[in-house]
Design a protein around this ligand. Structure first.
Ligand code: ZN
Length: 230
């Protein structure tokens, strides 16, 4: 493993309570913002503990968020980008990411509704994936609006501060790799930070050019089924 070139992405859980004007006090949703922050590191102290061989199909680790969808998450994609990606290629990469989870359970977790001009990050009744500006240091941010343990809206913004790729190019973030991980949050899964969980999709760090999170591990699938059943 080329650990010397590993770029780590940390995820920060930042619960923020909001009270949208259009929603009554009793049903005001809370917002959880899940950021992937870039942390350039060329030698984590514990790096040597990461399994050198892919053990994702025998690793049963997973962690659940304190809330989940109880209905199918209908979602829209805003394919507008500055990377020269066609609309159909963007839609393909993102719908494949969602389908990677959906095919592992009989529950219809995701349902793609079409393209939109809406932006991710506003509580508007639409679950949207879009590119958009976010502060430097954060690769992607997932917004989860919830009441009690029930998610009512989820958006994911891919930060235009960074370069993106559809095929795992070096020094760029792979759309399918990052979106498969982010959709894991939509599924109610939390990040894993132990080095031994490196090969799982829900491992809380990622690197440029990485594509292995496109494929779910045993623990990722167990977590999904803990939420949605077989
Ligand atoms: Zn994450």
């Amino acid at each position: 493993m080329r650990s010397s070139a590993l770029v780590l992405i940390a995820l920060i859980l930042l619960p923020i309570a909001i009270a949208p004007l259009s929603v009554s006090a009793i049903s005001s949703p809370h917002l959880m913002v899940i950021e992937w922050s870039v942390e350039k590191s060329y030698g984590r102290v514990t790096l040597y503990q990461i399994p050198t061989e892919d053990d994702s199909m025998s690793n049963s680790d997973y962690k659940l968020l304190p809330f989940r969808w109880y209905t199918t998450a209908n979602y829209w994609i805003n394919p507008s980008n500055k990377y020269g990606f066609s609309e159909s290629d963007v839609v393909a990469a993102i719908t494949v990411s969602a389908g990677t989870w959906d095919k592992e359970t009989n529950f219809e977790v995701f349902s793609y509704q079409g393209t939109t001009k809406r932006s991710a990050g506003s509580y508007d009744g639409y679950n949207v994936i879009s590119w958009g500006y976010y502060r430097a240091g954060v690769i992607a941010v997932t917004y989860i609006w919830y009441i009690g343990n029930s998610i009512i809206e989820t958006d994911t913004r891919l930060n235009t501060y960074y370069k993106w790729s559809l095929n795992g190019e070096a020094r760029k973030m792979d759309v399918q790799n990052i979106m498969t991980h982010e959709f894991g949050h939509w599924c109610g899964l939390d990040d894993l930070y132990d080095d031994k969980d490196y090969w799982l999709t829900m491992y809380g760090y990622a690197s440029y050019g990485e594509t292995y999170k496109r494929t779910l591990g045993f623990g990722d699938i167990l977590g999904l089924k803990a939420v949605y059943g077989e």
